[in-house]
Ligand binder design. Structure first.
Ligand SMILES: NC(=O)c1ccc[n+]([C@@H]2O[C@H](COP(=O)([O-])OP(=O)(O)OC[C@H]3O[C@@H](n4cnc5c(N)ncnc54)[C@H](OP(=O)(O)O)[C@@H]3O)[C@@H](O)[C@H]2O)c1
Length: 389
């Protein structure tokens, strides 16, 4: 990282200035290191130069997890303006390494002192961990972009999808929440329709991939599928309520007394907060299916005024983050395997409601680990920088 050369100069008040040239993986970054001899102690300060204020010292917390791994790859692929990068996880991962931009980096066990000197932390731990780590990181001066559900409904924390409500980033107080994966892809598709036709009601059924339940979710589908094909005893469900191989499970997260699950109610509350419309009605049913990655959703929307499939196509053909795949005569429509590894929210099977001229139905698919989690978080960080925060 430190390539030199170092240019030293001595100033009158015994302050020694040094210009140090750092090379990040994607950007050449100029930093200044100032050492001051102060009452017998040396104090050292390292700051990006004026011209490179927008390069950030980034921490990835949960770097060993399903979302964390994708965040690491996205920082590389998108040439994120990095001054430095640090990978953090639980003590279980300490000592493992992550190869980033051709260099091996250690995974460090998280502790409050590891947040010192970081500008942005992309966090993807369980919510119970984020409740402790996110405030500590914010106190240390970083902005935390958190993938867990810990802060999403906190009124002092913005919940952001950059295509929908980038302006909410401005009032962050050190924590920005990344929404639930099924909500993100839905609101990216709904935003342009809502702006023009004002959506009153959404009926959504999800077909959610096992990667939404992290590394353990993917391992469970893999182990059960292999056992059933080999004719050996099937491992008991642990991450899911019932066997997931060759099955569908009509439960994601815990049930509430209403009979809805927590996952379903996340779609209700988060959609209202992101869209800034507390009146919008959401009727969700969330289902886990034996797909490795990418969530699919069947969505019906009812608007305040008439809308046709062509009206919606016209908007979606020109909406940020949306890709139309809508040619049923040629069997063109989205599917989770082709959405895997892609950034877009794919939309197709657009149809008129059979009885209501104000309503349309469509099918919406997106990579839950990318747009549903890691990509959205990295885009929030990019928007944060673009807005000069
Ligand atoms: N998967 C998705 O599609 C998705 C979408 C949106 C949001 N999310 C949310 O993102 C978060 C991470 O999900 P995931 O799917 O990536 O889960 P995961 O694969 O289980 O990864 C969890 C990560 O958290 C770390 N972690 C666990 N306990 C920790 C502790 N005590 N201290 C520090 N780090 C700890 C793990 O580190 P070790 O490996 O060292 O244990 C691992 O890096 C969750 O809150 C989830 O709800 C996930």
């Amino acid at each position: 990282m430190l390539l030199g050369p170092l240019i030293r100069h001595q100033t009158e008040d015994s302050k020694i200035g040094m210009d140090v040239r750092f090379i990040g993986h994607s950007a050449q970054i100029r930093m200044s290191l100032t050492a001051r001899h102060d009452f017998g102690e040396w104090r050292v300060e390292l700051k990006p130069d004026e011209g490179t204020r927008n390069v950030k010292r980034v921490g990835v917390l949960g770097a060993s997890g399903a979302v964390g791994e994708v965040m690491v790859r996205l920082l590389e692929q998108r040439a994120f303006p990095l001054a430095s990068v640090k990978f953090l996880a639980s003590p279980r991962s300490a000592g493992k390494t992550i190869t980033f931009a051709g260099e091996k980096h250690p995974i460090i066990a998280v502790s409050d002192k590891e947040f010192e000197g970081l500008d942005i932390i992309l966090s993807s731990t369980p919510a119970s961990i984020s409740k402790e780590t996110s405030p500590a990181a914010a106190r240390a001066g970083a902005v935390v972009i958190d993938n867990s559900s810990a802060w999403r409904m906190d009124p002092t924390v913005p919940l952001v999808v950059p295509e929908v409500n980038p302006q909410d980033i401005d009032w962050n107080k050190g924590i920005i929440a990344n929404p639930n994966c099924s909500t993100i892809q839905m609101v990216v598709a709904l935003k342009p329709i809502h702006d023009k036709y004002k959506i009153k009601r959404i009926v959504v059924s999800t077909y959610q991939a096992v990667s939404g339940a992290g590394q353990k979710g993917m391992s469970e589908l893999d182990a059960q599928t292999r056992a059933l094909i080999a004719g050996t005893p099937e491992p008991a469900p642990s991450k899911f309520a019932h066997p997931i191989a060759f099955n569908c499970v009509a439960q994601i997260d815990d049930f509430l007394d209403s009979g809805y699950t927590k996952e379903e109610m996340k779609m209700v509350y988060e959609t209202r907060k992101i869209m800034g419309d507390p009146a919008i009605q959401v009727q969700p049913t969330c289902i886990r299916v034996p797909v490795v990655n990418s969530h699919s959703e069947s969505i019906l929307i009812e608007c305040e005024r008439p809308i046709t499939p062509d009206d919606a196509r016209a908007l979606w053909s020109n909406s940020p983050g949306v890709c139309l795949q809508d040619d049923f005569r040629n069997r063109q429509y989205p599917d989770p395997r082709s959405a895997d590894g892609r950034d877009e929210v794919f939309v197709g099977r657009i149809r008129q409601d059979l009885g209501n001229p104000n309503a349309i139905l469509f099918w919406c698919v997106s990579d839950n680990l990318r747009k549903g989690a890691a990509l959205n978080a990295v885009q929030i960080a990019e928007t944060l920088i673009a807005r000069g925060l």
